[in-house]
Design a protein around this ligand. Structure first.
Ligand code: ADP
Ligand code: MG
Length: 279
């Protein structure tokens, strides 16, 4: 569905994306996980034709970015990292405007607006100005706007950044629902928990490159499904094991308080990069 081949983006001397290869299958929720500055937004901006690659190819449903841009625009919906709704317009008018930009007829726009407001649970706010909405509502409206022209692929750049946990979970439910409705979802995030809970497959990106790509479970198994964690002489120490018994045996040999737990994507990231935290 999406095929990225040796994609590079340079800004002057800085290389934001450095030879990225990636294939995203139809119907997946695919997560691009990485710290700030990893190149996630630059990748999304190239996929949405907001910035041109320095080199490399992007194919969407067999169509080439740079050659078939008009056709590709009809296939993709975009939820940008920064909320770029028209704050002075109402909720409904924002959707209406997007429909016009995509050459939808008046009756299509009306039906679709009502459908989508229902979908993202904003029907009661249809006639309110965007500036009166909460952060979570604005994010849901961004999603509705992106879905207005019935795209097959939805690209979301940090869709839940700065939202509190309940609101974040509600957005996850919405993304899962789109997945059930057969929309292919590519999202970026720097929240480990988000990638772990939501994504079928996760690519970990650092400094413009992929450093790992698999299902969350396989990534964790790759470092070892179980971790023994304890307080060492110089900070916390971690040892990884494939089986809980091995972990327990090892913990038994240590002369200190230990914790045995399942490994998570944070562990994978730390193991692969030597860096402590992802945020
Ligand atoms: N328009 C730009 N001009 C110059 N440098 C940029 C521009 N956009 C991004 N960068 C740089 O490219 C790198 C990747 O940025 P970005 O794609 O925004 O990362 P992420 O979304 O993973 O946080 C960063 O070092 C950033 O400073
Ligand atoms: Mg970003």
């Amino acid at each position: 569905m999406i095929k990225i081949q040796t994609l590079v983006k340079k800004f002057d001397k800085r290389t934001a994306v450095n030879g990225l290869n990636l294939e995203i299958e139809q119907g997946e929720i695919f997560g691009l996980l990485g710290p700030n500055g990893a190149g996630k937004t630059t990748t999304i901006r190239m996929l949405t034709m907001l910035t041109k690659p320095t080199s490399g190819d992007i194919l969407i449903n067999g169509l080439h970015i740079g050659r078939d841009d008009e056709k590709i625009k009809a296939l993709i919906g975009v939820v940008p990292q920064h909320i770029n709704l028209d704050q002075d317009l109402t909720v409904g008018e924002n959707l209406e405007l997007h429909g016009r930009l995509h050459h939808m007829s008046e009756s299509q726009r009306k039906t679709r607006t009502m459908e989508l407001l229902e979908y993202v649970e904003l029907t009661e706010r249809a006639y309110d100005r965007v500036q009166s909405l909460s952060g979570g509502m604005k994010r849901r409206l961004l999603i509705a706007r992106a879905l207005m022209h019935q795209p097959k692929i939805l690209l979301l750049d940090e869709p839940t950044v700065a939202l509190d946990p309940q609101v974040r979970r509600r957005l996850w439910d919405l993304i899962r629902r789109m997945h059930n409705d057969h929309i292919t979802v590519l999202l970026t995030t720097h929240y480990i928990e988000e990638a772990e809970n939501l994504c079928n497959r996760v690519a970990i990106m650092e400094k413009g490159k992929l450093i790992a790509l698999d299902t969350p479970v396989s990534l964790c198994q790759h470092v070892g499904a179980y971790v023994v964690e304890w307080e060492g002489d110089i900070g916390r120490k971690y040892n990884f094991f494939t089986a809980r018994e091995q972990a327990a045996d090892f913990a038994g040999t240590l002369d200190t308080t230990t914790m045995i737990r399942h490994s998570n994507l944070e562990d994978v990231f730390v193991e692969l990069t030597g860096r402590k935290v992802i945020g």
